[in-house]
Design a protein around this ligand. Structure first.
Ligand SMILES: NC(=O)c1ccc[n+]([C@@H]2O[C@H](COP(=O)([O-])OP(=O)(O)OC[C@H]3O[C@@H](n4cnc5c(N)ncnc54)[C@H](O)[C@@H]3O)[C@@H](O)[C@H]2O)c1
Length: 246
């Protein structure tokens, strides 16, 4: 408990799945949590405050730079500081590249990759001024191994891994750590529409012989945002039950 006491963290995608779990974990560890999303953010913030934590809900469309500026301004007004950013928001796809429409490709890049770019661009000046900061960007196993029917998703998450590694180099000397976390297949609403056959295929492909839980990703995000991880930067931590190691 209290591994993030006195810290303020902005979590995108906090309205559902992994982001919601990250927000809860951060709240339990004493952080003031800014729950940001296009939906569900007020609910997550209320759950945290009902449990005795500190949180606010903020509407943030990660694909819009203005929306980022407003969310960070609001955070500074409310809590006076920002210590950590967890970029969790993301959208999925399941399509063969031949059937992938240009608009869908652009939307994927705008949310999954540009959203991470805008987030880092907006918070880094605050971290530099403070002389410290942590950023964790959620990528995916799809950034590291070939999976099926995920062309734009894999490209967006590969971009998240490369951009995190690169920006980490520029800021490592200023006590700012930037890492990616690459989940395997995790049981969240993002999997709501997969068939039982696909679920079995995912489970069989995972050496741990099960899907992951959102709290197992949240634990890694939490660790990377604590001072226990001050010497870790530019990494992509793969949390996948062993899939990528086969
Ligand atoms: N669940 C998995 O198996 C898995 C695996 C690898 C990576 N991931 C990644 O983890 C992250 C979270 O996924 P999840 O499984 O919790 O999914 P989820 O659908 O439960 O949550 C995603 C959240 O992102 C939000 N979001 C979507 N577009 C947004 C936008 N423009 N601005 C702000 N918020 C937006 C949604 O409203 C939702 O609350 C995503 O980046 C996803 O790609 C998930």
């Amino acid at each position: 408990m209290n591994r993030l006491a006195g810290k303020t963290a902005l979590i995108t995608g906090a309205g559902s799945g992994i982001g919601r779990e990250v927000a809860h974990k951060f709240g339990k560890e004493g952080a003031a949590v800014v729950c940001a999303d296009i939906k569900g953010f007020e609910e997550t913030a209320k759950e945290i405050t009902d449990a005795g934590g500190k949180a606010i809900g903020v509407e943030l469309d990660v694909s819009k730079l203005d929306s980022w500026k407003q969310a960070v301004d609001h955070t500074m007004k409310e809590f006076g500081a920002l210590d950590a950013l967890a970029n969790i928001a993301g959208i999925p796809e399941a399509v063969d590249i031949v059937d992938l429409e240009e608009e869908a490709f652009d939307k994927m890049m705008n949310v999954n990759l540009k959203g991470v770019f805008f987030g880092m661009k907006t918070v880094l000046p605050h971290f530099v001024e403070k002389g410290a900061g942590k950023i964790v960007n959620i990528a995916s196993l799809a950034a590291h191994v070939g999976l099926t029917n995920l062309p734009s998703y894999s490209a967006s998450k590969g971009g998240v891994v490369s951009m995190s590694r690169q920006v980490a180099m520029d800021y490592a000397g200023r006590n700012i750590q930037i890492n990616a976390v690459s989940p395997g297949i995790i049981e969240t609403p993002i999997l709501a529409n997969i068939s039982p056959e696909m679920r079995k295929q995912f489970t069989d492909a995972t050496p741990a012989n099960r899907l992951g839980r959102p709290d197992e990703i949240a634990s890694m995000v939490l660790f990377l945002c604590t001072n226990e991880a001050d010497f870790i930067t530019g990494q992509a931590m793969i949390v996948d039950g062993g899939w990528g190691s086969q």
